[in-house]
Design a protein around this ligand. Sequence first.
Ligand code: 5RP
Length: 232
Amino acid sequence: MDAREMKIKAAEAALAHVEDGMRLGIGTGSTAEEFVRLLAEKVAGGLRVEGVPTSERTARLCLELGVPLKSLDELPELDLTIDGADEVDGRLRLIKGGGGALLREKIVACASRRMIVIADESKVVETLGAFKLPIEVNPFGLVATRIAIEKLATRMGLSGAIDLRASGDGTFTTDGGHYILDASFGRIPDADALARNLNDIPGVVEHGLFINIASLAVIAGPAGARTLTAKE
Ligand SMILES: O=C(CO)[C@H](O)[C@H](O)COP(=O)(O)O
């Protein structure tokens, strides 16, 4: 099974949790896009759902494929969000934001009764942090915010480059008009504390640590899909 087939397997398994009439948060990224394609087939076959997209990119794909969309203001309480992740640990803590949509992804997931993560085995880790942690920041005071993050990292025994995400010749800008700093911490022994402390830095808009948000992960590997529930 190649990488794309595994993403489709995970998306298929997650689709089994979607019921007629549901209000759905719809994630961002290549795995979430496989889910959108499968969902669109079900919608064409008569399934009634309303989706809230977590990015302009996802919104465009949903519109192209005929998945009905609403804004989060129109549907502020959702039944289920299905989204990908860059890393998942055994407690279903996630790193997200590789695709730059982490702020909307977190808002939408937190407005949902449940969040199901879809990923392949390569995303499952013992300790979060091999994937660079995306931190969404306000462009105002970028240098000061980066220094504050560096000082926090040092206090917490973390080190590594903190790079401004680029796009083409310029700076990557999120759907909300913010920048992303990608922090190469390597290994984050206390992700819960880092998540709380990052939220205390004023220029940080949001970060890619999703703690106590996902309720289930569908992980696809060469032998098929398995589910992961949070273990304490
Ligand atoms: O967090 C995300 C976007 O902000 C994505 O869900 C994450 O990057 C995983 O993407 P992919 O399914 O393409 O590996």
